[in-house]
Structures are given as C-alpha cells and as structure tokens.
Design a protein around this ligand. Structure first.
Ligand code: IVH
Length: 679
C-alpha cells in the first residue's frame, strides 16, 4: 500500500474506532461485535506498524504508553479546583437553599447529580486533543497523571466534534472511579499474592491512578464521569449558559456524563432526588456518597462567587456513612466451595445503610494478623456497593484486656481432614468428600447467575448435604418432595416448590451451566465467552488448551485450569451423570459464524505480516475469508498459516518460533490458486 492510501485508511480506521469506543464505553450501546472491533483495531495496528511515522498521540492504539514513569510531575490547574460545602444534615442543606432563594429573590433552578466517591481530576484538551490530566492535589496544583488517564477507555483522547466544535482549550473536571466489581476482583488478586487489599473502591481508584506503570493502570476497570467545565478558551462558549448545557456540551464532546443528573426546583425536588438516588445506591455498580446540588445559571453563579474554599452556589448533601463500629463476638473458620478456609468475624449486628450486618470476611490468616483483630475487639466496619462488609480496622481500647490472637484450625471444621497452606490461604484438600465444599458447590450451582434455583440457598444446601440427600451435584435432580419433608423448615409447599424449581433448572442455558459448575477461573464473563465461542457444552468440554486460548481473554493459565477441570476423573463422572438425562444444556450457534465446512480454507486461521505486492491487506483478507479462513491479528500455535510479505514484523519470527507454516507471496498465490480450483 502506498503511503497516501495508508494515511487515508488510518484516518478512516481511527474515526471508526473512536466512534465504536464512544458507543461501547460511554453510551453502553455497541453497534458491532467484539470480533469486528478487533479486526478494525488490528488493521490499524498493522498499518501503523508499517508506517510508524503516521502514528499520532491521539490514535486509539496509543492509550497505553510503553514505559513506566519515574514519578508524577506537578501540574498547575487552569482554575482553582474548589471543594464543596457538605453535610448529611438536612437542616444544613435547607439553610443553603434558603440562602440562595433569598439572594436570587425566588426559587432557584438546580442541576443535581450523584456525588461520585472517587478521585477529583482535571482534564485539559488543547484543540480537541487530550493534553494533560492531573489530580486535584491542593486545589491549585496536582499530580500529572496523564499517562494513566489515557488508559481509561471512556476518556476520549480526542473530543468528538460532530455536534459542536472543540474550543482551543477546554479544561473539564470529573471524578475517577473504580467499579465495585473491579474493586473486589482487584482485592482478590492482591490477597492471592499475599498483598494488602484496598480498604474501599475509592482507595483502589486512587491507588490505580497513582501507579507509575500505565500498563497496570490500564488493567484496572477505571471510569471517569465528567461534570464541570473548569475553564476554556474562549472563556464564553456559545450555547453554554447553564449547568444543564454544560452537561449537554460535555456529552456531545464524547465524555461520559451521568444519566442520573436532573434539573430540579425547590426543596421537595432536592429531597425527592436525594431519597431516590439513595435507594438506587446499591445498584449503580460504583460508589457514591451523596448528591451535589448546583445552581444551574452560570452567570448568577459568577455573581455569587466563592468563599475562601467553596463556591456559594453548590452544596453536597451527603448520605449517612456506611461505616459503623461494632464488636467481634467470635472468629470462625468457614470452608468455601473451593476448599479455601476463610476466617469470618461474627459481630454484634449493626445496621449500615439500611442493611443489618453481622458477619464480615477476614480473607485469610495473613489479613487477620495484619489487622490484628481478635475475638472481643471493637472494630470499624464498612459496606461498599452491594458487597460483603469489611472490617476496616481495630479500634484501640487501652483499658481492655484482649483475648488471644486468632489461629487457623489445623483440621477442616467440616470434614476433619488436615488443612494445608497455599500461599496466604489455608485449604481443605478433601475436594470431593468435604461436606462444606459440596454445600458451597450446590449453592453456587443454584445461584442467581448460574441455574438460578429459587430456594436453594446456603442453609438448604447444607441441610441437603448433612442429611445425605445430595452427595454430588447430579443427585440434586433426583430429589423428591417427600425426602425433603423431614428437613428443618420444610413443609409440603416449600418441598414441592424446591423440586419444581430444580426441575425447571434442568433445562439450562449454556453460559449459566458453565458458570454453575464452578470451574476454576470461570466467572460469569468467561462462561459467556466460552459459550459464545464454542456454542455447545460438548465443544467446551472437548476443547484443547490451545483451542481454549483462541477465545479472546483466555490465557494459558486459565486454559490449563479449565482443561484440568474437565480431565479430572471425579468431575467427568459427575458431568456424565448430570448429562445423562438429568440436565439438558441448550446449545447455541457460536457467535463467530461457523464457516461453511465445505469451503477449502474452512476453519483455517491466518495471519498477515508485511506488505504484499500484488494484494492490499483488505483484498488479501477478503479473498481468504471468502474461502472460509479466518484472519487474526496475532500468531499462536492455533494459527495455520502466516503470510509473510516484504518488511515483515515480529509476527514472522513468532511463526518460526512456534513452528507455524509461513508462506511468502508466491506461496500465498499458489495456495489461493489451488484452493480456488478446489472450490
Ligand atoms: S461539582 C466547585 N459534582 O466531591 C465544585 N463535585 O468535596 C465543583 N464530586 O472533590 C464540584 N461528585 O470533586 C461536583 N457530581 C459532582 C461530584 C463532585 C463528586 C467531588 C468533587 C469534590 C468533592 C466535594
């Protein structure tokens, strides 16, 4: 391809990819499949690889910078980043409202949005391109975290300008958050490495943003909500005269703006919104700690001005904190479905944000030692999102005599097998016979994202195992109502209901079934990917490690664990019993349209590298795809051919290293001729 053609195609691809990034990450409304997106992205990477002089800072391929930083530079803000007057006391909020009403001589119009519990940042766009990003710091200057902010997929590297032009300079203020899910996963992995977990999502977001290695920041699910324009050039932007128009403009420029923001008037409006958002708090997927009330009219705002620290036109009306103190009554060792023995603090019940909390995980023996909590201690606990509460810290009581330090039992509290240590974790190795593990597997199998069996909770699963009614997952489907009647808490109605719920679950959707099996590493998302890729349970079960790795997002370690699960004799036995008329797992068409098997290159995976004289890359791709092959961006042992043109990249080396067949242009032509004849 000529340089001029490449340049044009590169621009086209960037535009298209930016648009799909926006649709996917900001609007949550993707229009193309992941595979299609990957194809576009690889094509761009490839072209930029061939014409490195055409790579630009704002290209979608340049989100993650290569080199870890030495430190963060200090960056001065374009305008002071003030903090807000805040209170959870309704009376204080009423005074704020009263003051404004008096100053304006009437009911003010407000824009009100959630108060994101994250990290306040400034983003500066110069001529529409993200130039720098910084933390709030002391309000005048903060730390330059540009490289890390660039990795946040919902942050545009270049503003969208379809609906309104980008000003010469635009400084916006927003909040960086980590999702509650992301926070939990991050903590799980920190714990597995024997490292200290983050106390809450806010700290996890701050910690991620302050990683010196942007690769690490990129691996954390960060999100940015934009809510204010700090400064711009020109200072007055056409059509931006109110906070509501600020949000509109930010949205049009492609930034993520909360869709929970509302225009409200009067106290009732404020109180209604506050109550409404507090009720939604657990379902948002990220943490908020109140609502922010802002006078909408920008001109009136600047008339009102600021005090030394706060603007006079805004107020943070906070929710009651979700932290409480209580006392640990007992620390028990609880055996989960994977055999990991977790110390659990049983506490004097307290209400936190509307939920009564009486237990909290202490994760593992190292965490217990690190927090130094013992039975009888007074502790501060907190709840984030819809998650299990955490013990934040011990509250020192100098005058109280403390009990002995906690010690992990030496034998499994459920099956009395000797426990083993695996890193910071303590594990019961009796995977198949341990009643606690079996009960855990049953509960997981029936859980909401798995087979969703109503009535099969923790307690019931334990009872079924204790009474010997269920000795493996398959026996669940043999249960009869009469057998349940003697169990505590069961009567005719509940027994019949459980049996009916189990019968209903015997027609299972593939991703749910896969997830429910509790295969190591296979969470909801991976189960969905496997189902989409393979289409049937038999195909997943029979897939080799290499075939598993062909699924985007599944690496060698995960593939090995999945394979090991299916190779395990005990698991094979149970699966055979499950599938022997007890459960019917629905197959579905694999999403990557299966190539008609009679095409000559059906099922073949090809990779191109370097320039071909006789074919442009898209042409070559089209040709082989028409013959049934699939073109991928990277070489693995699953690749069938690597076509090597002039000036090839590292993919040619990789092919040789892995022993994958390579074709030069002549060889490629011969393959095409031979296969076209064949079809
Ligand atoms: S408006 C001039 N809106 O809460 C103040 N702030 O102490 C403009 N915050 O650090 C801020 N969510 O960064 C505004 N929807 C929101 C917010 C928000 C979170 C942060 C803000 C500040 C803190 C207030």
């Amino acid at each position: 391809m000529q340089r001029a053609d490449a340049e044009q195609r590169i621009e086209e691809l960037r535009e298209t990819i930016r648009r799909h990034d926006f649709l996917y990450y900001v609007r949550d409304q993707p229009e193309i499949s992941d595979a299609e997106y990957d194809r576009l992205f690889h094509e761009l990477e490839d072209l930029e690889g061939r014409f490195p002089e055409l790579v630009s800072e704002d290209s979608p391929t340049q989100r993650v910078a290569g080199q870890p930083l030495e430190g963060f530079p200090t960056i001065e803000h374009t305008a002071p980043m003030l903090s807000l007057e805040s209170s959870q006391d309704e009376a204080v909020m009423r005074r704020f409202h009263e003051r404004l009403k008096k100053a304006l001589g009437g009911e003010p119009d407000f824009v009100i949005d959630p108060k994101f519990d994250g990290l306040s940042v400034e983003l500066v766009y110069e001529n529409g391109v993200l130039a720098r990003a910084s933390t709030r710091g002391d309000g005048r200057k903060g730390e330059g975290i540009t490289a890390n902010v660039r990795t946040i997929p919902s942050v545009p590297l270049r503003l969208r300008t379809g609906e309104r032009p980008a000003p010469a300079m635009l400084a916006i203020r927003g909040e960086i958050l980590i999702t509650v899910d992301g926070f939990e996963k991050l903590n799980e992995s920190l714990l597995a490495q024997g490292r200290e977990p983050f106390a809450n999502p806010r700290n996890a977001a701050a910690g991620s943003v302050r990683q010196l290695d942007p690769q690490l920041a990129a691996s954390r699910p960060l999100e940015l909500f934009a809510y204010d324009i700090l400064a711009s050039e020109p200072a007055e932007l056409p059509g931006v005269e109110s906070q509501w128009q600020v949000l509109e403009a930010l949205r049009e420029w492609g930034l993520r703006v909360s869709d929970l923001s509302r225009r409200v008037t009067g106290l009732d409006g404020i109180l209604g919104y506050h109550a409404d958002i507090e009720a939604k708090r657990d379902d948002l997927g990220y943490e908020i700690d109140g609502v922010v009330i802002k006078l909408s009219d920008l001109a009136t705002r600047s008339d009102l001005g600021t005090t030394a620290r706060h603007p006079r036109w805004a107020f943070a009306f906070k929710f009651p904190p979700r932290k409480e103190t209580t006392r640990i009554l007992k620390i028990i060792a609880s055996v989960g479905r994977t055999g990991v023995v977790t110390p659990v603090a049983m506490m004097r019940p307290v209400e936190i944000g509307g939920v009564t909390v009486s237990r909290a995980s202490l994760h593992n023996r190292e965490e217990v030692a690190r927090k130094d909590v013992r039975e009888g201690d007074r502790v501060r606990i907190q709840r984030a999102g819809d998650v299990i509460p955490q013990v934040v810290e011990r509250i020192d009581e100098p005058d109280r005599e403390r009990g002995p330090a906690f010690r992990m039992p030496e034998r499994c509290p459920s099956c009395d097998t000797e426990l083993i240590e695996r890193g910071p974790f303590t594990v019961c190795p009796n995977s198949f016979e341990c009643p606690a593990q079996l009960a855990g597997r049953l509960t997981h199998f029936g859980s909401r994202h798995a087979l969703d069996i109503e009535g099969l909770g923790d307690e019931t699963a334990k009872l079924l195992v204790e009474h010997g009614l269920v000795r493996d997952l398959s026996q669940l489907f043999d249960l009869e109502a009469a057998e349940l009647l003697p169990l505590e808490g069961f009567a005719d109605k509940s027994a019949n209901a459980l049996v009916a719920a189990i019968a209903k679950a015997s027609h299972a959707e593939l991703p749910r079934f896969l997830y429910g099996l509790g295969i190591p590493e296979v969470g909801v998302a991976v189960a969905a990917d496997l189902a989409r890729h393979f289409g049937s349970f038999a195909a997943v079960q029979g897939a080799s490690e290499e075939e598993l790795q062909a699924v985007p997002g599944i690496g060698p370690r995960m593939a090995e664990q999945i394979r090991a699960f299916f190779d395990q004799e005990h698991n094979q036995k149970i699966l055979a019993r499950l599938l022997d008329g007890r459960v019917v797992v629905e197959s579905r068409e694999p999403a990557t349209r299966s190539e008609p098997a009679d095409l000559p290159l059906a099922g073949k995976k090809m990779v191109f590298t370097g320039t071909l004289e006789g074919y442009s890359r898209p042409e070559a791709k089209k040709l082989v795809e028409a013959l049934g092959a699939r073109v991928t961006g990277s070489v693995s042992t699953a690749t069938d051919y690597v076509v090597v043109g002039a000036d090839p990249g590292s993919k040619a080396d990789k092919a040789r290293e892995l022993g994958v067949e390579t074709l030069d242009e002549a060889g490629f032509r011969r393959l095409l001729e031979a296969t076209t004849r064949a079809s």
